[in-house]
Design a protein around this ligand. Structure first.
Ligand code: SF4
Length: 257
């Protein structure tokens, strides 16, 4: 394989050397060892920076959702080509009308599954399904440290409360959780609290200021929400330094009595 393309593993400093070797070998042999299934553009949140989310009634204007049968057929092809790691995402993937069937099918095929979700729908039947077919990890988008910030970023009530419940449910099930935050104007002042939330829960956390414009009809105004890259970089570096040095303090911490 030639050209400018670089495998993702070269940007993952944290990746175990064994897996790095596996990925490098797959790259050299042209094997699509990992992939992403973006099941649906549906979402129960309406984030200001989202370039994916479409209302259900707008989906037919831009294409169509694939059925469970279609996804599983693609999965069979991917498996035959050597795909091992699969990330299942959306929109909010749990809102695909046949999510349970797709998830069960992929798990039974033996993929190493990552679920990427906003974590607000981790309850009831979803919990039963994930208990039966656990993912290797769940990647959760964390957009604030309280309901007010979630309202500003995602346009929903009780957003943080629901996400926090989802995170705790997954942790109590012993499923590894990783947090990812996109930093926009509406949550830029909340970065430290989000980092502290991750630190307090002993969860890996990554942040990004990268905002992509939508190519498929989501009404994102990237320029209106993007924070200055340099400001974001400086904040991120400072937070990482404090986490490294374990000097992180909750800015709202009350004195002990
Ligand atoms: S939670 Fe994710 S998919 Fe849903 S609107 Fe927000 S950014 Fe988009």
């Amino acid at each position: 394989m030639s050209g400018d393309f670089e495998p993702a593993c070269r940007r993952m400093e944290w990746l175990d050397p064994f897996y790095k070797q596996v990925w490098e070998k797959a790259f050299a042999d042209g094997i699509p060892i990992s992939g992403t299934f973006e099941l649906t553009p549906r979402c129960n949140f309406n984030c200001k920076m989202c370039y994916v989310h479409l209302k259900a009634e707008d989906i037919p204007k831009h294409g169509k959702e694939l059925s469970a049968r279609e996804w599983l057929r693609i999965a069979e092809e991917a498996k035959a080509a050597g795909t091992t790691w699969l990330c299942v995402t959306g929109g909010e993937p749990l809102l695909h009308p046949e999510f349970a069937e797709i998830w069960q099918g992929l798990a039974q095929m033996g993929f190493f599954l990552t679920l990427q979700t906003n974590a607000s729908l981790i309850s009831g039947k979803v919990v039963e399904l994930l208990e039966r077919y656990p993912p290797r990890q769940v990647k959760i988008t964390l957009y604030g440290s309280d309901d007010e910030v979630y309202k500003a970023v995602c346009g929903v009530e009780n957003g943080f409360t629901r996400v926090n419940d989802g995170i705790h449910t997954l942790m109590s099930m012993g499923i590894p959780v990783e947090l990812v935050s996109t930093i926009v104007r509406q949550n830029a002042d909340d970065v430290e609290k989000m980092a502290f939330y991750a630190y307090r829960h002993r969860l890996p956390w990554a942040s990004t200021g990268s905002i992509k414009p939508s190519l498929r009809g989501a009404d994102t105004d990237a320029a209106a929400v993007r924070v200055q890259e340099k400001l974001e970089e400086a904040k991120r570096a400072e937070i990482q330094r404090r986490i490294r040095e374990k000097r992180f303090v909750d800015p709202n911490r009350k004195p002990a009595t």
